[in-house]
Design a protein around this ligand. Structure first.
Ligand code: NAP
Length: 419
């Protein structure tokens, strides 16, 4: 495979995907595309690469990194935000990792993150939230949090169907809504921006299917559908209904509803069943704090998922810690939850743990569970010994404040010690 804009490493082999069996085939020396990203991406990208290399080598493998570009680095090199070669390289190599990309608010280009997820049809954004020993937290019992959020990644108000105030297009949509659809006393007079919130049965069911399969494979107790269906009945309410429908249709013998749990099992969950329940989003945000341990796997739409996983991330130490990955059909693009934090860019200051643990998720998807465990253990050892970056240092007594690169070196040292 050759690309106009990308250098393909000479050593290393491609990861392949068999569409018939759904199996990924991963060599011991895969080529993995990496986008360092904007802002602090230039700090956390190389730091994570170093740690991932160490974990791969300690488990008898190696990674041939293929630098690909998006955002500021792509504008510098090719004068475009998201080169077509970047998207093709990720699609061709199946598994990739990226740092954060800046999105201007209001005017300017649309989110490159959203564009990548849409172009590659990465429909599930998976964000595990678990507590690492030694990480300071604003809540009393952070270890109660062990949750994985499945956030639908292609629909909802993120679909990008919106019209700017003052344009002919928005006027047309307004007239259609008022005159054809009869909502003539809802939109206030004067300038208005209008957006559309599509939620499909297809998008909902493939996301909820992933969440239930994950719960079954990983011995999780429950899957919670999070929605605001009391208000948005035909979008978020439909998500809830289609979610339950999918559970009954495809997993009827291994799932039960909360009502069935109480009516048939007196609240004692049978070991071989996953409970499928639902919560309204605003209630869910307070339940995350007050009844943390009751939640296991979450399936929700794009916007709810974004808010919820940031809030959950804060409970286990903040954005510097929170990893994520986007999944499609035989595709994985790992990325931290945090953004490009431009005020810290290039200062060798921020916490690379979120990007490192996103790499762990990517390795696990590749079947490298031993390397993934080594990464988690080494990160936990580093933090427990008080070797931390500024964000955690300001919340603990004592400890050593390290730069991004020094922290990554410590994690590498601990990988060597634990291997
Ligand atoms: P942000 O970049 O996530 O930063 C918000 C705050 O979170 C930072 O000021 C810092 O808090 C903390 N933080 C984030 N990453 C950290 C790290 N690695 N280590 C330690 N602390 C960290 O959010 P934002 O300022 O709202 O967004 C900036 C840009 O990023 C925007 O253009 C946005 O669109 C983009 N963004 C991109 C992605 C993505 O690429 N997937 C995701 C979210 C946002 P303190 O200052 O309190 O220490």
């Amino acid at each position: 495979m050759s690309y106009d804009q990308i250098e393909v490493p000479e050593d290393g082999e491609k990861i392949t995907f068999d569409e018939e069996t759904g199996e990924l085939s991963v060599p011991d020396n895969p080529i993995i595309p990496i986008i360092h990203g904007d802002g602090i991406g230039t700090d956390v990208g190389p730091a994570a690469q170093k740690v991932l290399d160490a974990a791969a080598e300690a488990t008898g493998r190696s990674v041939s990194w293929m630098r690909v570009y998006a955002g500021a680095s792509a504008r510098d090199k090719y004068d475009e935000n998201l080169p077509v070669d970047t998207v093709s390289a990720i699609r061709d190599h199946r598994v990739a990792i990226k740092g954060p990309l800046t999105t201007p608010v209001g005017a300017g280009f649309r989110s490159l993150n959203v564009a990548l997820r849409k172009k590659l049809d990465l429909y599930a954004n998976v964000r595990p939230t678990y507590h690492l020993d030694g990480v300071p937290s604003p809540v009393k019992n952070p270890s109660a949090m062990d949750m994985v959020t499945f956030r639908e990644n292609t629909e909802d108000v993120y679909a990008g169907i919106e019209w700017e105030a003052g344009t002919d297009d928005v006027q047309k949509v307004k007239e259609f809504v008022e005159e054809e659809m009869g909502y003539d006393d809802v939109i206030h007079d004067g300038p208005v921006g209008i957006g559309i919130k599509p939620i499909t049965e297809f998008g909902t069911k493939r996301l909820v299917r992933e969440a239930i399969e994950y719960a079954l494979e990983n011995d999780r107790d429950s899957v919670t559908l999070v929605h605001k269906g009391n208000i948005m009945k035909f979008t978020e309410g439909a998500f809830r209904d289609w979610g339950y429908e999918l559970a009954a249709e495809e997993f009827g013998d291994v799932t039960i509803t909360e009502d069935e749990l109480w009516e048939e099992y007196d609240g004692e969950k049978p070991e071989d069943k996953v409970v499928v329940k639902d919560r309204i989003a605003d209630n869910m945000l307070q339940q995350l704090l007050t009844r943390t341990a009751d939640y296991d796997v979450i399936a929700t739409m794009n916007l709810n998922g974004d808010y919820m996983s940031d809030a959950a991330g804060a409970q286990i130490g903040g954005l510097g810690i929170a990893p994520g990955a986007n999944f499609g059909e035989g595709l994985c693009l790992a990325e931290p939850v945090h953004g490009s934090a431009p005020k810290y860019a290039g200062q060798d200051k921020v916490n690379p743990t979120a990007m490192i643990l996103s790499g762990r998720l990517m390795f696990e998807y590749m079947g490298w569970k031993d390397a993934g465990k080594l990464i988690r253990d080494a990160v936990e050892k580093t933090i427990s010994e008080g070797d931390v970056t500024y964000d955690l240092h300001r919340q603990i007594e004592g400890g050593t404040k390290l730069a991004t690169s020094e922290y990554a070196d410590k994690v590498v040292e601990n990988i060597h010690e634990l291997a």
